[in-house]
Design a protein around this ligand. Structure first.
Ligand code: URA
Length: 227
């Protein structure tokens, strides 16, 4: 049995054959405040470290008063792939890291199914603070927080962005089109002219496992951009 089999099974993709894209040469983690993140002062990392420190002090919206930790991002700041989710949940708020709860386990499996590990990608959210009770982000929260994501992207300069879920897709593409309308083609993230593929949020896939096949199609589309 291939070492990828358990991950593909968790993805519900037992019948898919794994073929690994070549990951780049990548390094260490970057998350939370710069110090906590262990971001090395080097190029994009140095500036992301500064940005992480700024975001750690952010009080632009009311979420700052209910957060335990700011969740800035994690992974390799110079990664070729950037995955963007919606907002931290309870576990992420507790640990100060994105996608460390159940949705995070599925994201790990999704990454593994295309031959990537968390260390080889960069992961961020639209909102850096947890909305109470995991409610949907308010428009004004997205508005206040989006400039941070835009700066993260400009500093990290990934080769592709995968927007997971409606909020990430709509915020990055500045549209109110539905996820169904946005899936299935390669968009352009206009600010940095980067290819962007829209897919389901892992939390949605946990609730609706039958959508995993479509999510696999999205990932293959993203892989085709990167091959
Ligand atoms: N859902 C998200 O959108 N982001 C996280 O970091 C965790 C769950």
């Amino acid at each position: 049995m291939s070492r990828h089999a358990p991950y593909l099974r968790e993805m519900g993709l037992v019948r898919w054959r794994y073929s690994a894209p070549a990951p780049g040469e990548h390094g260490s983690a970057a998350a939370g405040s710069a110090a906590a993140a262990g971001i090395q002062p080097q190029g994009a990392r140095k500036d992301l470290a500064r940005l992480a420190d700024e975001v750690a002090r952010c009080e632009r919206c009311d979420l700052h008063s209910v957060r335990r930790n700011v969740v800035f991002g994690a992974g390799d700041a110079r990664a070729r792939w950037l995955f963007v989710g919606e907002a931290p949940g309870a576990e992420e708020d507790k640990q100060g890291l994105p996608f460390v709860g159940r949705a995070g386990s599925l994201l790990n499996a999704i990454l593994f199914s295309i031959g990537l590990s968390r260390d080889e990608v960069y992961i961020a959210n639209v909102l850096k603070c947890r909305p109470p009770n995991n409610r949907d982000p308010f428009g004004r929260e997205v508005q206040e927080c989006s400039p941070y994501l835009q700066q993260q992207i400009s500093l990290a300069q990934p080769e592709i962005i995968v927007a997971m879920g409606r909020f990430a897709a709509q915020a990055l593409l500045e549209t109110d089109q539905s996820l169904a309308q946005l899936r299935g083609r390669v968009h352009q993230y206009k600010i940095d002219q980067l290819p962007l593929v829209v897919t389901y949020h892992p939390a949605y896939l946990l609730r609706s496992p039958s959508a995993k096949g479509k999510s696999w199609e999205d990932l293959r589309l993203a892989c085709s951009v990167m091959s």
